[in-house]
Design a protein around this ligand. Structure first.
Ligand SMILES: [Mn+2]
Length: 270
């Protein structure tokens, strides 16, 4: 690995179907900035941890990853950046694993991959019509997406939202799941799933380095319970978003992000 460019787990295994793509998107962050530095920090953390899955006991380093590097973003232009990402994802053969970046990027990924279901792990619903006067934002991307596509949406972890979002969720039949153990049953109805992990799904105790921390979150073990939902469906892509390295003083949020990817791949492989 020494002398090689940084890659997820040190992997540039061309024949792995798991295609890691960094997308250092940061245009609309409203609180704690720094998400654009996350792809680098997640890759760095990933080179120092074990790749054995504690959920499945699989050795994920035997499966490996194909790290494609970072996709270009257009500084200050969210819509253009999303257009680029959507096109890049369409061109990838395999299962893209996107290292964000702000949460808006999931809009482009889901549009490109057209999963039957979208499973969002997030403290927030991101269903506002506008955030601070902006129609396109990390806090509105899921509203824009559900206005355009028919994908079934399930959210687990939501604990900070406004009435407008709850009403919209009801209108659009977006499923708000309140217990990790209830996720596998809901997802078992899906023929394919895209997993979007906002790191603020976790409690700030476990994941302090995020843009919008919210108390009352979940643990890594809860996340493993959620992942059991991948046993009986096909994962078509995932992202890990909203990690903000300048607030990740211990570096443990980046480790958690890397571990979260390893476990998701293991759950999909089982
Ligand atoms: Mn969030």
């Amino acid at each position: 690995m020494i002398g090689e460019p940084l890659a997820f787990g040190g992997f540039k295994k061309k024949d792995s179907k798991y295609k890691v793509l960094g997308f250092p998107l940061e245009v609309t962050t409203t609180f704690r900035e720094g998400t654009k530095w996350a792809p680098y920090e997640i890759r760095k953390a990933s080179t120092y941890i074990e790749f054995r899955s504690s959920l499945t006991d699989l050795d994920v380093d035997e499966i490996g990853f194909d790290d494609l590097g970072d996709c270009v973003t257009v500084s200050g232009d969210l819509r253009k950046s999303l257009e680029i990402l959507e096109n890049v994802i369409r061109s990838i053969e395999g299962i893209p694993i996107i290292l964000g970046g702000e949460h808006s990027l999931s809009y482009a990924a889901v549009k490109a991959l057209k999963p039957d279901c979208l499973l969002v792990l997030d403290a927030h619903m991101d269903l506002r019509d506008e955030c601070l006067g902006q129609k396109w934002s990390h806090a509105t991307w899921l509203r824009r997406l559900t206005e355009e596509v028919e994908t079934r949406v399930m959210i687990i972890g939501a604990r900070a939202y406004v009435r407008e979002e709850v009403e919209y969720a009801k209108e659009k039949k977006i499923k708000i799941i309140t217990q990790p153990s209830l996720v596998p049953e809901s997802v078992s109805e899906c023929s394919s799933v895209y997993l979007s992990l906002d790191m603020d799904f976790f409690d700030p105790t476990f994941a302090p380095g995020v843009s919008n921390p919210e108390p009352g979150g979940y643990s890594f073990n809860d996340y493993l319970v959620v992942l059991q939902s991948l046993y009986r469906t096909e994962l078509v892509g995932m992202d890990v978003v909203e990690l903000s390295p300048p607030y990740d003083h211990s570096g443990t949020t980046a480790v958690l992000a890397a571990r979260a990817i390893i476990e998701a791949v293991a759950a999909n492989e089982l």
